[in-house]
Design a binder for this molecule. Structure first.
Ligand SMILES: C[S@@+](CC[C@H](N)C(=O)[O-])C[C@H]1O[C@@H](n2cnc3c(N)ncnc32)[C@H](O)[C@@H]1O
Ligand code: SF4
Ligand code: SF4
Length: 345
């Protein structure tokens, strides 16, 4: 069996195991070279981080506990000098996505050759607006250059705009623009941390009035539009179910159609290897406490608390909550069967 098929077989076996977490986000560095106005990460940078060997050990542990899908994020993960080794190790074990703000991917294209998706954060087709959001002149040009290089080198690249009031009316155009070039699109939703936990693991979203979606009707209509567009455009990677859940937040009477599955179907790991259900809560241990701690009473109690929590709408957490178990994998596969071709080509 080739290593590609071994990976597919091993992932299929893990996806059928009930009671296991399937998604992990690992913020492998807190270093960042951008200054995005809606993000706190760059304000709280830290030189300390795990070594390459510690990360590899952690990746083995994540595989053992059942993780299928891994997102490497940060900070900017491509700033790590050992990123090629980390990605190669991760991509042999998981469906692996690596985020980049667009500044590093072209320079580190060799490191990305095995990823399932290199996700470039581009928030606008308007160069000056995009650079304003990133607070870095040239950010748009960097990202477009990275996109071109990655496409030319055959790296699977996706674009991930963060939907906010600032770009709400151009999301349809952004989607058409990139998908018509054969680049899949996945969205983040601007959020800011309202953690009641003063010891939250790390802060991401920064409160910014410019970004909060005030035109709820337009957001509701956008969700409907994307659901329609998806019928003909298989490069829109959001599932219909996820778009419907997102839409429910912008109905006249806001509704939440999911229960949070933090520390059950997903977990986050920070640059020091500390783990939590999500970044809004304090860490509950170290990745090296797993797998033993996974079934501890402490984790069971935390899971209950998180299940009732409605504190955030970070879209990745909503997606992981919607697609936690084997039956949801079946519905995910049904919704996304055309995209499987993108993943396994
Ligand atoms: C926190 S960044 C880390 C990875 C990398 N530095 C980047 O920008 O792609 C991961 C994703 O979160 C998005 N993001 C930034 N601030 C956000 C916020 N307040 N709410 C939701 N997503 C946000 C970014 O645009 C990016 O797509
Ligand atoms: S969104 Fe990414 S690039 Fe921007 S400041 Fe945050 S971590 Fe850095
Ligand atoms: S809803 Fe879930 S992901 Fe969001 S803060 Fe609560 S526990 Fe964390």
């Amino acid at each position: 069996m080739t290593s590609g098929w071994k990976k597919v077989a091993s992932i299929a076996a893990r996806s059928l195991s009930p009671g296991k977490p399937h998604h992990a986000q690992w913020l492998i560095t807190r270093k960042c070279n951008y200054r995005c106005v809606g993000c706190n990460v760059w304000k709280e940078q830290d030189e300390n981080e795990l070594s390459t060997e510690q990360i590899k050990k952690g990746l083995d542990i994540l595989k053992d506990i059942g993780i299928i899908e891994l997102v490497l994020s940060g900070g900017d993960p491509l700033l790590r000098p050992d990123i090629a080794e980390i990605i190669d190790y991760a991509a042999d074990r998981f469906v692996t996505t690596v985020y980049d703000n667009g500044s590093m991917a072209a320079k580190k294209v060799h490191a990305l050759r095995k990823v399932d998706f290199a996700a470039l954060s581009i928030d606008s087709l308007d160069e000056s607006k995009n650079d304003y959001i990133k607070s870095v002149p040239g950010a748009w040009k960097n990202a477009m250059h990275s996109l071109e290089v990655l496409q030319k080198e055959g790296v699977r690249v996706a674009v991930t705009p963060t939907i906010s009031q600032k770009n709400l009316y151009e999301i349809e155009d952004i989607t058409n623009y990139f998908t018509s070039k054969g680049v899949p699109v996945w969205y983040c939703l601007y959020s800011y941390d309202t953690s009641v936990d003063s010891k939250q693991l790390f802060r991401i979203g920064k409160a910014n009035d410019e970004f909060v979606i005030t035109d709820k009707k337009a957001m509701f209509d956008l969700c409907n539009k994307l659901i329609e567009m998806k019928k003909k455009n298989n490069q829109i990677l959001m599932t219909t179910k996820l778009l419907e859940s997102l839409r429910s937040l912008y109905e006249e009477k806001e509704q939440r159609t999911w229960k949070c599955e933090a520390l059950k179907s997903f977990l986050v790991v920070d640059h020091l290897g500390r783990i939590s259900g999500c970044h809004n809560h304090n860490f509950a241990g170290s990745i090296f406490d797993l797998p033993d701690k996974w079934n501890s009473d402490e984790f069971k109690a935390l899971r209950k608390t998180y299940h009732d929590c409605t504190q955030c709408n970070y879209l990745c957490y909503v997606a992981y909550s919607l697609y936690g178990g084997p039956s949801s994998y079946f519905s995910l596969a049904k919704d996304q069967w055309r995209n499987a071709k993108i993943l396994f080509k």
